[in-house]
Design a protein around this ligand. Structure first.
Ligand SMILES: C[S@@+](CC[C@H](N)C(=O)[O-])C[C@H]1O[C@@H](n2cnc3c(N)ncnc32)[C@H](O)[C@@H]1O
Length: 363
């Protein structure tokens, strides 16, 4: 098995390299309107944004920034297949304008636009990003009435294009079964509140994260496993440091990323190559968590009813019987800005006791 991953250093307001209805899933996080770190980039993309910011007309600036993003949202509708999902991570912004403190509700503006384009909105996820920073509370301290609620969450907006995806052929049905996730993962991943405190961060180079506002690996990794199957093609129109591409590699999916800032080219490629040995961490962690779940469940409630035919361990439901996970063997450069990922053969993975699978064996 192999997957392919391309990075296109172009403006995603026109996704001209992609055909209509060619994408199975979109996972992305755009630059956040009205968050200062993105003012300059929005102003370069549309000088009117700079004019509005300069004039202190923040309502106008908010509108022009979103008009820039709208062009990409329209392109997504064109390139996505019928039944495909789009998951958009976005945070709101707060800013003081002419001495008045205001919220700029990016999530509702994007939600409205995607619905206008014809996407069906799905229940969304609140990603809680609690901080312990002592200065997190804004406003008048302990005195009423001028203190403000802290923004410690972002959103993952979820949309579907058209009706439910069809898995018609025997191969498609089988691949869907192979791509299933664990029962206990379903219970956690499909909760509307995500909290990543305490999650592994090895793959998130701090410096790069600061410059790029990268999301943690687990975010695209979960979404990809929730909303696509092996061999699908994932698009991230705002790729930044390549987190979605890496999550697609780890999940046995293909990917295409657009990024306007070619300054990310070298750091992103370096990040992918230098961290390839860590790409299997999350799937190894999934196995270990599942084995913990099995132990706890069996000691408290009794034996699980089904056996997974790939790993040979117990699973909760019939739908997990065929579940398998992919393990990256190597990431190679195919041509410039394009990578080929190979995976360990099923026989090799199955020759190791799942409880003994670790990174040492997989490098
Ligand atoms: C919030 S960051 C994405 C970070 C990414 N999720 C990661 O983990 O690194 C948004 C990215 O979109 C890029 N960008 C902004 N406007 C763009 C456009 N019109 N086309 C393509 N990329 C764009 C920015 O340069 C930035 O890298």
């Amino acid at each position: 098995m192999e997957t392919t991953h391309s990075i296109i250093f172009e403006d995603a307001r026109k996704i001209s390299a992609l055909d209509d209805q060619s994408i199975d899933l979109v996972v992305t996080s755009p630059p956040y309107p009205m968050i200062e770190m993105w003012d300059e980039q929005f102003s370069e993309l549309n000088p009117e944004t700079g004019v509005q910011l300069e004039k202190g007309n923040y309502t106008g600036a908010f509108a022009t920034m979103h008009a820039i993003l709208d062009e990409t949202w329209s392109e997504l509708y064109r390139v996505m297949k019928e039944g495909a999902f789009a998951c958009i991570n976005i945070g709101d912004a707060v800013r003081t304008v002419n001495n008045r403190f205001k919220l700029f509700a990016n999530h509702s503006r994007i939600q409205t636009r995607l619905c206008e384009l014809g996407f069906d909105p799905m229940p969304l996820i609140i990603w809680r990003k609690q901080t312990n920073a002592p200065n997190k509370f804004m406003g008048s301290g302990m005195l009423p009435a001028g203190a403000y609620v802290t923004l410690e969450h972002e959103y993952i907006l979820i949309f579907r294009k058209g009706s439910r995806r069809q898995f018609s052929t025997v191969e498609e049905k089988h691949n869907r079964m192979l791509s299933s996730f664990f029962w206990e993962e379903r219970n956690c991943w499909f909760s509307d509140l995500w909290d990543f405190k305490g999650t592994r961060q090895e793959m998130n180079n701090r410096q790069l994260r600061g410059r790029s506002a990268a999301f943690p690996f687990i975010l695209p990794f979960r979404l990809i496993n929730m909303y696509s199957v092996f061999g699908d093609t994932i698009l991230d129109p705002f790729l930044g440091t390549g987190t979605s591409a890496m999550a697609a590699m780890a999940s046995g999916r293909n990917s295409i990323g657009y990024e306007i800032d070619s300054g990310f080219s070298e750091p992103t490629k370096k990040r992918i190559f230098e961290n390839q040995h860590l790409l299997n961490n999350y799937n190894l962690e999934r196995i270990n968590s599942h084995l913990d779940f099995v132990r706890n469940y069996s000691s408290e409630k009794g034996v699980l009813k089904y056996t997974n035919s790939y790993f040979g361990f117990p699973v909760m439901t019939r739908q997990e019987k065929e579940l398998k996970l992919t393990f990256v063997k190597a990431v190679e450069k195919k041509v410039d800005n394009c990578f080929r990922v190979s995976y360990f053969a099923d026989q090799y993975i199955q020759s190791i006791d799942p409880g003994q699978l670790d990174l040492e064996k997989l490098v």
